[in-house]
Design a protein around this ligand. Structure first.
Ligand code: NAG
Ligand code: NAG
Length: 777
């Protein structure tokens, strides 16, 4: 008796001294419903033989942990069915070859004491972590189809590899709903170093945050369609960032110290064809950097607007040349002491009612007049995904322990509701173990709730309750009535629908978090509508049928992805992808499907105050983003796509416009529009006196008509749809401002009250058309 209680006391003492990260200690009950019995979602690498002692070669043990249960790895197209969370306790893991995570696999280190992955001196492989290997001459996964992957809390160390031997910290050609967070790259600082911390050559991102690069020839060398990257630090790199190519890119909060070059955008310049479409850089500091930004852009370079760049609030300390153009011409002088670039733009600048080709600008411009409610110490407020590493394991309440099944079949509504309510009352955190939780009525998220998912569990709406287009119902209702006061945090999960769900609103955000308090937040929380096992909105039910405009009722699967209602306010969103599937992820050939979701993200909050970092909204019928009578919104790289089936049918069906939701009425607004395909989803629509809408990077794309991409090139005249961005009823002085607006497949880039303001052919970029600055005036 006495001995036992002494032991217990010792154990509890030890656990207060070295409290392991809760994720390590929590009971692992997550299940994947479409796997054989015994399939483990959570894998601690130490259970697979990894030592983490800095001496033993742990490569094989780690790859065993990843490949247990035969997940989607070499040769597999993609799948949602074999999710995994591979966990690394604190320690130093010596590796001699690449770690190759599978599709839908997360690599998480201990958040309170991140583990080190240390390369041996004879390391062989393309990245200590290779997120998409070249087993052949092509990537294992088509980079634009790599979704639902995370890596966080690591130190990646190549310092044992000779500096002159090529080495890559991490290879990460991936796309939406992927994230890297809290990773340090340690590389040699020798003058002959050729190491690169992070290498990305393709994809459609995505979000990266809180990365530190020490040493190396380049911290990060990257090409991708678009990205949002925030809080990246570069110390003692020869070049901090090499931009290989892009369409649009938003950098927020870079800190570049003691580097030769800050950002090198000169790719393609020597060959006369600039490769970087555009970048937006804000709220950053460069200290002791030889050349801040090196660009290939010039008055006469091609394509016309390639190399567009907008800077805002950049602090330079001992940066002799701020911007250097081709032939070593200084475009903006720096300073051997300190200076601030309030704002700079090169590229095409428009305002108000627009006009033809405005010619090239390269000059200091007035910055946006930033609303104070969006700022913290003069910069836009940011908050990375909370990992709750300060909280003990006893503060987490498992929904599976409480009896939720998560098998995509059982009705889990009541048990989820009860856990959410009781955990929140006790100030505890709901742990959504991996699983697919079917619900048949609205799940109410009360003020104070915190919900954390294990490797993207899914909440799946189902049944008749959600299937009436004339009586839409929220799947998740955050705040019970519009304007209820409180704060909520949602982390790492997916909301989806099953079968026909014509009335499903996946997120209804009613909560008002007052200014001055910690905003509510969503981090890596996604709408995934269709295209996965369990949805029954797949190839078997909704195979595409190009040319056939008949709407199949069973393929009307959502009313709206997210509705932020009039009384709501104070919400921070980071890496949120509101996706209607264009293809079936669980089909071996990734076959395309035709499913219908009415609307993307609709914000009509009158108080406003929203931050959208790295969000996307895709393939909804009426619009991707619509803002009505709202204000004070930061949007940093938004990304949209129009449905691939359009215009068969076009956006007149199957969702009749509802005036109470300020829906676009294409039958009225397209009258008199000469361009083809007018009744097509808006990428971004801002209406009804909205003000202080500050967009820092937008990629609004329409690649297809009738499942053919023929319309989306300059040669074809970008004829996929007539119009893409609409401002309606915006008053003078309202500040609806967009930096680096990139559109694809649309003729009129911006219309205002129905009239053309900006025309695509006046703004030719690398593949999109690009406007560096548009201000509503
Ligand atoms: C749409 O595409 C299909 C398949 O490629 C083709 O058969 C059909 O004629 C096309 N329809 C139109 C109107 O272009
Ligand atoms: C909002 O804007 C739409 C489209 O411009 C317009 O039809 C509607 O009357 C406006 N509603 C309000 C409440 O201002």
């Amino acid at each position: 008796m006495r001995l036992a209680s002494l032991l217990l006391a010792a154990v509890s003492l030890a656990s207060t001294v070295v409290d392991a990260y809760w994720l390590q200690d929590i009971a692992h009950r997550g299940t994947a419903p479409f796997t054989p019995a015994g399939y483990q979602v959570f894998r601690n690498v130490k259970d697979y033989g990894a030592k983490g002692d800095g001496v033993t070669d742990d490569t094989d043990a780690i790859n065993r942990a990843i490949n247990a249960g035969n997940p989607c790895n070499r040769g597999c197209a993609s799948t949602t069915m074999t999710p995994a969370l591979v966990y690394f306790p604190s320690g130093t893991y010596l590796i001699s070859r690449s770690i190759q995570p599978a599709y839908m696999t997360m690599l998480h280190g201990d958040a309170s004491s991140p583990p080190t992955l240390k390369a041996t001196s004879d390391f062989a492989g393309f990245g200590l972590i290779d997120g998409n290997p070249y087993y052949t001459s092509t990537l294992n996964w088509k980079a634009v189809n790599v979704f639902f992957r995370q890596v966080r809390n690591f130190i990646i160390d190549t310092t044992a590899i000779p500096p002159g031997t090529p080495a890559t910290g991490m290879h990460w050609p991936t796309s939406q709903a992927t994230s890297l967070q809290n990773i340090v790259f340690n590389m040699p600082t020798a003058s002959n170093v050729v190491h690169v911390g992070l290498f990305i050559e393709e994809g459609s991102g995505g979000l990266l945050t809180d990365l530190t690069f020490n040493g190396g020839a380049a911290g990060a060398s990257m090409g991708n369609q678009q990205y949002t990257m925030k809080n990246l630090k570069f110390n003692n790199c020869k070049t901090a960032i090499i931009q290989l190519w892009d369409w649009g890119w938003t950098y927020v909060g870079l800190s570049i110290n003691n580097c030769g070059v800050g950002i090198d955008l000169s790719a393609g310049g020597s060959a006369g064809k600039v490769e970087t479409g555009s970048i937006t850089l804000i709220d950053s500091t460069l200290t002791n950097v030889g050349i801040g930004i090196l660009t290939a852009w010039g008055q006469n370079t091609t394509p016309d607007t390639a190399g567009s760049m907008v800077l805002e609030n950049i602090q330079l300390n001992n940066v002799p040349i701020a911007i250097q153009g081709p032939n070593s011409v200084t475009m903006l002088a720096g300073s051997s002491t300190s200076m601030t670039i309030a704002a700079w733009a090169n590229g095409h600048v428009y305002s108000g009612s627009g006009g033809g080709n405005p010619g090239e600008t390269a000059k200091l411009i007035a910055p946006n007049n930033r609303p104070g409610v969006l700022l913290s110490n003069g910069r836009y407020y940011t908050r990375s995904k909370p990992q709750y590493e300060q909280r003990p394991v006893g503060d987490f309440v498992s929904v599976r322990a409480a009896g939720a099944r998560g098998d995509a079949a059982t009705d889990d509504t009541a048990v989820l509701q009860s856990v959410i309510d009781s955990a929140t009352k006790q100030n505890k955190i709901v742990f959504l173990d991996h699983g697919m939780y079917r619900i048949t009525s609205t799940l109410r998220i009360p003020p104070g709730a915190k919900i954390v998912g294990e490797s993207y569990p899914t909440i799946l709406s189902s049944g008749g309750f959600f299937n009436d287009m004339n009586s839409p119902k929220p799947v998740l209702q955050i705040g019970q009535s519009s304007g209820q006061v409180g704060q909520v945090e949602l982390v790492d999960f997916i909301v989806s629908t099953q079968n026909a769900q014509a009335g499903a609103v996946l997120f209804e955000w009613n909560l008002m978090t007052p200014n001055g308090q910690t905003p509510s937040g969503m981090w890596d929380v996604h709408a995934r509508i269709g295209g996965f096992t369990g949805s029954q909105q797949q190839v078997a039910q909704c195979l595409k049928s190009p040319g056939d405009a008949t709407v199949r009722k069973e393929c009307i699967v959502a009313f709206m992805a997210m509705h932020v209602t009039k009384g709501a306010g104070g919400l921070y969103m980071e890496n949120v992808w509101l996706w209607t599937a264009d293809h079936d992820i669980d089909d071996a050939a990734n076959t395309q499907i035709t499913i219908y979701s009415g609307r993307g993200l609709f914000i009509e909050s009158t108080a406003g105050t929203f931050w959208l970092y790295g969000t996307g909204s895709e393939h909804h019928v009426l619009y991707q983003y619509q803002l009505s009578a709202t204000q004070n919104i930061f949007m940093g790289q938004i990304q949209t796509e129009t449905p691939y089936f359009a215009p068969q049918p076009n956006a007149l069906v199957p969702f009749p416009p509802q005036s109470s939701l300020q829906d676009p009425d294409f039958s009225a607004s397209c009258a008199g529009v000469q361009e083809r395909n007018c009744a097509a989803a808006w990428g971004l629509r801002v209406i009804n006196n909205s003000k202080n809408i500050l967009v820092y990077g937008a990629g609004l794309y329409s690649f297809f008509t009738n499942y053919s991409t023929d319309c989306s090139t300059f040669a074809a005249g970008q004829t996929c749809q007539a119009r893409m961005t609409s401002l309606e009823g915006i008053a003078q002085g309202s500040q609806v401002n967009i930096y680096n607006l990139n559109t694809i497949g649309a003729r009129q880039m911006i219309t205002r009250d129905g009239r053309q303001v900006v025309w695509y052919a006046d703004n030719v970029n690398v593949f999109p058309s690009c406007v560096a600055v548009y201000r509503s005036g």
